[in-house]
Structures are given as C-alpha cells and as structure tokens.
Design a protein around this ligand. Structure first.
Ligand SMILES: Nc1nc2c(ncn2[C@@H]2O[C@H](COP(=O)(O)OP(=O)(O)OP(=O)(O)O)[C@@H](O)[C@H]2O)c(=O)[nH]1
Length: 406
C-alpha cells in the first residue's frame, strides 16, 4: 500500500514538472490578477536577443532593465494582486541601447531633405531669378501649395518673401536660403510648446495615450517612443490596449523586449480600458517614469471607436491623470488625415501630433496645415521604419531640411 502511494506521488510530481517545462518554453508572462475574465498579463523582456539588423545597429549593452526576466522556470505564477520581480538588472541580460532623442532631427536632416528636395529646390530656383515677375510668384505659390503648406500659410510666406526680396535687391544663394528657412520656420509655429510629458510628476509615472486610425503607425510609434525614452535613461512600461488585433500586442511586446521594457496586455477582444487601467496601475507600483498606452485604431463603427477611446481615458483617470494624448497621423494621407484627425480631437483632448511617414511623401508642408487646422503642435515626426527613426519636431531644423543644403 505504501509502495502504491509513493508511486502515485512520484507520478503526480513528474506530471507537474512536465507541465512546468511546457509552459516555460513559451513567452515569459505573469498573470497579474486572478480575474480570469480580464486576463491581463505582464510580459517581461526576454533574455538576450540576436543582434538587431536594419538601418540602426544600436550597440548591445546593459540597458535599463526594468522588471528583468525571472529566473529560469519561474513562469505563469498566479500572484494576485500584482507580482512584480525586484527591479534589479540581471547582468546576464543584454538589451539594445538606443541613442538619446536630442539632436535626432538634425542627424536625420538628409533623409528629410531627400524626400522634400523638390520643395526646397523649386523655391530656390525661382527666387534666384534676377527679376521676379508675377508668374514667378505664382510658381512659388504653386510649389508651396503642392507641398500641402495650405492657403493661409502660403499667402503669408509669399507676402513676406516679396517684401524681403525687394529689400535684399541682389542676394546670394546663401542669403536666399537663409531667408527661406526663416520664413518657413515662422509658419511652423516656432513658439509652440512641444515638450513631451514623459517625466514623473508628483511621485507618479507620466501617462501617455497614443491614438489614431489603424495603419497610421501607432504601435510602431509607441515602440519608438519607448526606445527613445530608454535612450534618455528613463524607465518605461507599455500597455497594449489595442485588443482588437492580437498581432498589435505581439508587435508592441517585441519592441519592448528589445530594450528591456515590460508590456501589460489583455486577451484578444478583451476590454481595452481594463488593460490600460492595469498598465497604469502596474506602472505606478513599479515606479516607472512613463506608461505608454497603445490603443486600437479600428472598430466596427467610428462612433464605437470614439466611445471606446473616451472610456479608456476615463478609466485610466481613475488611477492617474493622463499627461499626454498623442494623435498619430500618416503624413502620406495629406488632407484626408486632417479630416480624420478632427474626429479624434472631438473624442479626446489631444495634446500633441505625431506625424509619421514623412520620409514617404514630398508634401512636408502637411506639418504646417495640420498644426494650423487642428491648433495642436506636432511634437514628433516619423522618418522611416527603422527603430530609431522618430525625432522630436524642431521648426528651424525642419525648415533647413526642407530648403536643403544647396
Ligand atoms: N516609412 C515609414 N513607415 C512607417 C513609419 N511609421 C510607421 N511606419 C510603418 O507603418 C506601418 C503601420 O504601422 P503600425 O504601427 O502597425 O500601425 P498602427 O497604427 O498601429 O496600425 P493598427 O495596429 O492596425 O491600428 C508599419 O509597416 C510601419 O513600419 C514612418 O515614419 N515611416
């Protein structure tokens, strides 16, 4: 009898070890609460990844290992209410070290100049003519309008250029270039506050919601912002509140894993507001600098999507104020994008625009029209698909890139 009992005990033990090994082979997640319906999970960064390929090859180094991976085998431990491992960096784990955000636009100027070369070259060619006729001024106007600068800003630029070129009489190429940069920068809102609220405030993390239509580049942008903050030495937590598309949460996790940032996600089709809530709660408990929440861009109806966004914000606000609502717009959609943007601004108070895919359009003037029509500053611009192709927007550096180096 004793022998049978021992045999059963060994069998049960072997079964448990087998199940443990199977689960351990998957992604390292820890269930955050015992509410099976919410099913929110925290994904920690994975151990060393193969070196990244692509345009930017960040040096592998000891990154900001927020919530490092647990020791081997410690997976899926039911641990209500929240099971956070100690925030101690594991020397074995190497994460990518992204470059800091400062000066990125200047560094990426050539890329922007490439896509916008027709605008700068077009304007300089006309302005360099000896005596400017009405036809020439019309050409300047058309060039600006073709670049989506918008009527009001185009009129302002042309009026000022007319006066300035008269004063200059004969001007060298460099003078003309400097003049153009000045006038373009003037319509780009040089005095607008473009600070990104990503610092801890009153002992709590900054909370950033990222919204926009599907395909605009939201998830990519959240990943790029996280990298940039890590590059600036900040700790970050991601919230994958786009429960509409499971791949979006996977995509976000992968962005986080590369730089040692954890992600809170929910089940596909689950309640986005509870994922966002859980992410902010976890971020507060982990004392991170910023919680970045990705949201869905697609629902069955537009009003459904807007109601959902409003709810996400309201629910998060039960935990913490939302410091920044970033609206991601695809620059290649031109004026259509501006129309879509209005719908979002009616649902939530947008505090900043991220204009993506500026590398893929010659219509760089969209920055001017978006800001003027929505009355919201462009805070970041996307200049490529590479992990660090996102730059803080700076009017003068941008105008210089539009006009080109000559
Ligand atoms: N060229 C270029 N491509 C970009 C940029 N930003 C994002 N993309 C690409 O745009 C595509 C869509 O990006 P996502 O981040 O998946 O878009 P999303 O808004 O999250 O889409 P949903 O999850 O469907 O709502 C991807 O292929 C990105 O690589 C950019 O600045 N330049």
């Amino acid at each position: 009898m004793e022998f049978v009992l021992i045999a059963i005990a060994i069998l049960v033990l072997a079964l448990l070890v087998g199940i443990g090994l199977l689960v351990g082979a998957g992604r390292k997640t820890t269930r955050l609460d015992d509410d099976a319906a919410a099913g929110t999970t925290l994904t920690r960064p994975r151990p060393p990844q193969p070196p990244a390929t692509g345009t930017d090859e960040p040096a592998a180094g000891a990154g900001t290992a927020l919530l490092p991976p647990p020791s081997q085998g410690a997976t899926r431990v039911p641990a209500p209410p929240v099971d956070l491992p100690p925030a101690v960096a594991d020397p074995e784990v190497l994460f990518e070290t992204p470059p800091p955000s400062a000066g990125r636009l200047v560094r990426m100027r050539s890329r922007l100049a490439r896509s916008q070369s027709s605008l700068g070259r077009g304007l300089l060619t006309v302005l360099a003519r000896e005596r400017l006729t009405e036809d020439d001024w019309e050409e300047v106007e058309e060039t600006l309008l073709a670049a989506d600068v918008g009527i009001a800003a185009t009129t302002q630029i042309v009026d000022r250029l007319r006066t300035q070129t008269m004063v200059l009489a004969t001007a060298s190429g460099d003078d003309l270039r400097a003049l153009l940069v000045r006038e373009l920068a003037a319509v780009l809102g040089p005095d607008l506050d473009r600070t990104l609220a990503t610092d801890r405030e009153l002992g709590r993390p900054a909370v950033v919601l990222v919204v926009g239509v599907n395909g605009a580049g939201k998830t990519t942008t959240v990943g790029k912002i996280a990298r940039s903050l890590v590059g600036d030495g900040k700790s970050v937590l991601l919230g994958a509140a786009d429960t509409f598309r499971a791949a979006a949460a996977d995509q976000l996790e992968t962005w986080g894993e590369r730089v040692g940032v954890a992600t809170v996600r929910g089940r596909e089709g689950g309640d986005p507001a509870s994922v966002a809530f859980e992410a902010v709660r976890t971020g507060r408990e982990a004392d991170v600098d910023a919680v970045l929440v990705d949201t869905a861009g697609r629902l069955h109806t537009k009003s459904g999507l807007m109601d959902e966004l409003g709810k996400v914000k309201r629910v998060v606000e039960k935990q913490s104020p939302v410091d920044e609502v970033l609206l991601v717009l695809d620059a290649t959609t031109g004026q259509n994008g501006v129309v879509q943007a209005r719908v979002f601004t009616e649902a939530v108070t947008v505090t900043g625009i991220v204009l993506t895919k500026l590398d893929g359009t010659a219509k760089g003037g969209i920055v001017v029209s978006v800001q003027r029509e929505l009355g919201i500053p462009v805070k970041l611009i996307g200049l490529g698909e590479g992990p660090d192709d996102l730059a803080p927007f700076e009017p003068v550096a941008f105008a210089e890139a539009l006009v080109g180096q000559g």
